[in-house]
Design a protein around this ligand. Structure first.
Ligand SMILES: [Mn+2]
Length: 202
């Protein structure tokens, strides 16, 4: 067991004229979440993200939903990314890389991650409808862009195929959840080292 990784928790509060966001995470959790953003579909997706990453997440957001969901979704991604980055600390001992092809009914999505300290999103996902219920499908990308930027991760997401937009979105969240889990897990063979020949991932 690595002592450096014994407390991988992070909390962020962020207040703007558009949103008020409070997030706390425990990387070494078991996928328990309490999520309230005021956006039902988004709550459902964040619940999947926590459950399948095994990262415990408390997320409470009050946003300007009378305008639309955009600020709420983006600012949640920013705060969640910052909380994850805090929780990872110097990223010592992590596995760093992971990828998965995740199937759900007719949809399949690939996610590949490098918990690198270098923020980058490659997004190769299209939706065939502008909305899932009342949720704007373009906000899925906005969320992952904010997450990748603020967590300091390189993240590639590619939908291979799919027909149902709810499923396409859900495979994105589940696939990212699984690679987050794998890549942030402590690799016991290098538990006391930062997994970089440069010696730093921040
Ligand atoms: Mn669903």
């Amino acid at each position: 067991m690595s002592t450096a990784a014994s407390d991988r928790t992070g909390a962020v509060s962020r207040e703007t004229n558009e949103t008020s966001v409070a997030v706390s995470v425990n990387i070494d959790g078991n996928g328990q979440s309490r999520i309230s953003t005021g956006v039902g579909f988004f709550d459902h997706m964040l619940d999947q993200l926590s459950r399948h990453s095994l990262i415990d997440m408390d997320i409470e957001v009050k946003g300007d939903l009378h305008i639309d969901d955009h600020h709420t979704v983006e600012d949640t991604g920013i705060a969640l990314g910052q909380a994850i980055s805090k929780a990872l600390g110097d990223r010592r001992g992590i596995s760093r890389y992971a990828s998965i092809d995740l199937a759900m009914d007719e949809s399949m999505t690939k996610a590949a991650i490098d918990v690198s300290g270098r923020p980058f999103l490659v997004w190769n996902v299209s939706f065939s409808a502008p909305k899932i219920g009342t949720f704007d499908t373009e906000l899925v990308r906005e969320f992952f862009q904010a997450l990748a930027q603020n967590a300091g991760i390189t993240l590639h997401v590619m939908n291979h195929y799919g027909a149902n937009n709810h499923h396409i979105a859900e495979t994105c969240f589940k696939a990212v959840a699984r690679v987050l889990r794998s890549a942030t897990e402590i690799d016991p063979r290098q538990a006391s080292r930062v997994p970089s020949t440069k010696g730093s991932l921040i």
